[in-house]
Structures are given as C-alpha cells and as structure tokens.
Design a protein around this ligand. Structure first.
Ligand code: HAM
Length: 471
C-alpha cells in the first residue's frame, strides 16, 4: 500500500482515513499545545477526503465512453444542455428533496458562507434545475422543454464501493407535459443509454405513488399499519413514522425491510387520474418491449415525486444490487417553489456506478485515436524547429507524437516503435540547417528528404497509401 504522506505548508485536513485516526489525533493534540501555527506551518494529509476520489487518466476511457453515449442520446432525443452551480441556498433542498429524507437529514453538506448565507452542496440536481427553470422564465418556451445536465453531486453518505460522498450524475428532464407517453419515452431513453454502453441484464422497476391527494390516504394506511408494530422499527424509522412515513420504505435496516414487506401498497390507493396514468404507462412500456417489473415498494428517497417512479437496476446475480439510476414525475415541484404549475419528469444516472458495472461486465472502454506519426529531432536547432513543425502537422489534422524531452535519437525511435506509428519524421542537425526533414515510411521502410513546405503532404501521402492497403 502506498505510504500516506504528511506535508507541511498547507491547511490541515478535517477528516482522516481509516488507520490514521490515532496518529492524526496525537498530532492534533501536539498542534494544539504548540503556539498557534501559521497556516503555512500546519500539516496536511496529502490524500482525498473520505468518500471522495480522483478519477485518474487510466479510468478516463470508461468515462469518455459514458460521456459520448450521453452526448449522443441527448442530441437524438432533443435535450439541451444546462450547467448549474454546485452550491445553492440550503432551503431549496429542504423544501424540495424534503425534511425527513436521508438526503436532507443526514447527508447534506451544509454550511454558512462568510457572508452569512446558509448554503448546501447540491445533493442532486432536480431542485436546482427547477430553481433555474423559474428564475430564467423558461415556462414561455415551447413544450416539452428538455434539459440535460451532468456534474458532481455531494452526499455525506457512508462510503463503500459504489457509494461515494462525491459522485457524478447525468440528468435528463422534461418540463411541461402530463402525458404518460413522456414517462415511457423517458424510460426508453434511459434504456437506450445503458444499452449503448453495452450493459446487459438491466431491469427497470416501476411504480406509481400517485398524486399528493391520493397519497394522503395511503400515508394514513401505512402509518396505521406501522404504528401497531412501532417497537420493531429502527430508531430513525420511529421518528419517520411521525414526520414522513413513506421514507420508512427506503430504510436499509433489515428489520424495517422485513416489517414493511406486507405493508399497504401505494398502487391500492391511487386516485382515478393516477391509476389511469399508470395503466397507460405500462401499456406503452409493453409496446416498447422494455424489460420492466412493478416494484410496489419503490417510493424513491426524495419527497417531490408524483405518480410514476422508476429505477434502473443491474440484475446480474454476481453484481452488487444497487441502482444505476432512477427518476420519476414531479408534477408539483415547480409550483411548490412559486412557479407556474408545470408537470415534469426526469431521471439521473449514477455515472460512478455505471462505470463500475461496465468494468465488472468487461465492457470495452472508449479507445482514443492513436498517433500515426512520430516527430524525432537531434540537436538544439532541430529541437527548436520541431516545436513549430509539430504545430504545423497538428493543425493539418495529423495526430502526432513526440518525445521532446529525450535527447538521443535512439531512445526517441524506441518510443516511435513502441507506439507503432506509420511515419517517423526525423530532423537532424543537417536537416535543421537546410529546413528539410527525413520522412520515413515505417511500413515499407523507404525514406525521403523533403522541405518543410512539403512535409505535411509527404506524411499524408504515406498515411493514405497505408490506409488504402488496409481496405
Ligand atoms: P437518486 O436516485 O437519488 O435520484 O440518484 C440517482 C442515481 O445516483 C442513483 O440511482 C445512483 O446510481 C446514483 N447515486 C446516488 N447516491 C450515490 C452515491 N452516494 N454514490 C454513487 N452513486 C450514487 C436523484 O438524485 C434524482 N434527482 C433523479 C431525478 C432527476 N429525478 C428526476 N430527475
């Protein structure tokens, strides 16, 4: 395991990882006893915060494949991109995601700014999206208004594989239409993305939690059912019973899961409108032949949903059973924030989990285009000229590699060989003096000396010949 490094000269980390706790605690005591250190003298653990991570270059080809699939899908389905701030007024989340939800009660990164504003790192994007919709008067645009957003979100969750305190989401949301065909299209879009990413064994779980009016009756029935067995619930759920009983269905504690197994189901309490809506959605999904199941326990951990809720899960027995994405309708959210009544539906994909699933099921990552030309140089003057030639070739659409830091021609050619390029351009001292370059065809082994003006054409000609030979 790599050794943890403690550096002096920057601010101290507030939270420590695993085994470091004791030693860090000792160090902190020592720091307290000493005269107040200046910021520069304080020590810093040179590591990410718990539950946060770097996404290193080796992992990027998986992320690139995901980004490309998302860009493609959003274009095909007519979504326009929107970028939102990562920090918003905290009350936005308290009012939308809801007090009594884990996300707000336990997982919100909440703080006061120097100016005294109470703010939060976004734990999801829907609330911010609705704030932006109202703030920028998007209601006047022709409907449905389709928005796509991608970025990190923050939840102070218990970290483990697939669960991070900073994770990435891609959100697709549509505003202004009530029709269940949009619910079906939303699910179809989610399916299209996971399919394009090569993920197999994916299942959609759908449910309807009805309108807030029909839910009132349901919540009463659920409370009655659970009240009778209150003592068997976990401490959190006992509190939820009073504040937000539906959240008990999200609880991950075994005893609460057992207890809610035979609890009343929202589908039995739907009003006519919600029932009709759900019936049509199922008909559309059948028509699309999408692999879905009805999960009557699915309520989602956010308060703003109405009618349709859904989740995307991997069904592979060997895999972790977590949700790769989820969403639903939130027809009352904009209105509850003070905007005009505007129905909406959308979903978010959890990109970290999607990448994990891609790796687990050995989906191929995105393959970067390989450089086909290598530029080698020998001597000071050649080095200077190479820099300009590199830019010349690159501007002409030639993907080129170099190793400017290496002096010896032999070691540069070794790099060229390792990369498997088709053309090597060599500028030695003589070539530098008379503004020429040696262009070597690595496939046939032939070479010629050309002037700088002819260099691009000479390289392109060899690349084209090789391409033609391959076809
Ligand atoms: P959510 O289900 O809370 O929905 O999050 C969406 C997805 O983010 C989850 O399905 C999961 O894949 C991923 N996710 C959640 N928490 C974590 C975590 N701690 N670490 C890694 N991945 C995680 C929402 O956030 C809604 N705003 C989605 C939505 C959009 N509804 C309508 N529009």
């Amino acid at each position: 395991m790599a050794q943890k490094k403690v550096f002096h000269g920057a601010k101290k980390s507030g939270e420590k990882k695993g085994n470091d706790k004791k030693s860090v605690a000792k160090k902190n005591i020592a720091v307290k006893k000493a005269p107040a250190p200046s910021v520069n003298q304080e020590e810093m653990l040179l590591q990410t915060l718990r539950g946060m991570r770097d996404i290193l270059p080796d992992e990027q080809p998986y992320w690139e494949r995901v980004r490309k699939a998302l860009a493609h899908a959003s274009q095909e389905y007519g979504f326009r991109r929107i970028d939102l701030p990562t920090v918003e007024y905290a009350h936005l989340y308290l009012r939308t995601v809801g007090e009594g939800t884990d996300i707000v009660d336990k997982e919100l990164y909440l703080f006061n700014t120097r100016g005294g504003d109470r703010v939060a790192l976004r734990p999801e994007m829907t609330a911010g999206l609705c704030r932006a919709y109202i703030e920028h008067g998007m209601g006047v645009l022709s409907k449905p208004i389709k928005l796509f957003s991608i970025g990190p979100v923050f939840r102070y969750d218990r970290p483990q594989e697939g669960r991070y305190r900073e994770h990435w989401q891609a959100n697709f949301d549509m505003f202004g239409e009530n029709d269940p065909i949009l619910d079906a299209q939303t699910i179809q879009l989610a399916y299209r993305v996971v399919q394009q990413l090569g993920l197999k064994n994916i299942e959609f779980q759908v449910n309807s939690i009805g309108t807030p009016e029909s839910r009132r009756e349901y919540e009463k029935a659920l409370t009655r059912y659970l009240e009778a067995q209150k003592n068997k619930l976990c401490q959190n759920c006992r509190e939820r019973l009073v504040r937000n009983p539906m959240r008990i269905l999200d609880c991950k504690e075994d005893k609460c899961i057992q207890l809610t197994f035979h609890a009343p189901q929202s589908l039995d309490y739907l009003d006519l409108e919600s029932r009709d809506h759900f019936k049509h959605l199922l008909e559309y999904l059948d028509e699309l032949e999408l692999p879905y199941t009805i999960n009557t326990r699915l309520v989602r951990g956010l308060d703003y949903y109405t009618k349709t809720v859904f989740e995307i899960r991997s069904t592979d027995k060997d895999g972790k059973n977590y949700s790769l994405g989820g969403g639903g309708r939130y027809d009352r959210l904009i209105e509850s924030l003070g905007g005009e009544a505007t129905p909406a539906i959308g979903f978010a994909l959890g990109l970290d989990r999607i990448v994990l699933e891609m790796k687990r099921t050995q989906v191929k990552p995105y393959q970067e285009a390989r450089p086909r030309v290598f530029l080698a140089q020998l001597g000071d003057m050649a080095k200077k000229k190479s820099l300009k030639l590199f830019s010349e070739l690159e501007k002409n659409g030639i993907l080129i590699a170099e190793s400017f830091g290496r002096g010896s021609l032999k070691s540069q050619l070794r790099v060229a060989n390792r990369l498997g390029v088709e053309v090597t351009i060599i500028i030695g001292q003589k070539e530098a003096l008379d503004d020429t370059a040696i262009v070597k065809d690595m496939v046939s082994g032939t070479q010629e000396t050309v002037t700088h003006e002819r260099l691009v054409d000479a390289a392109k000609k060899i690349l084209k010949t090789n391409q033609d030979l391959r076809v």
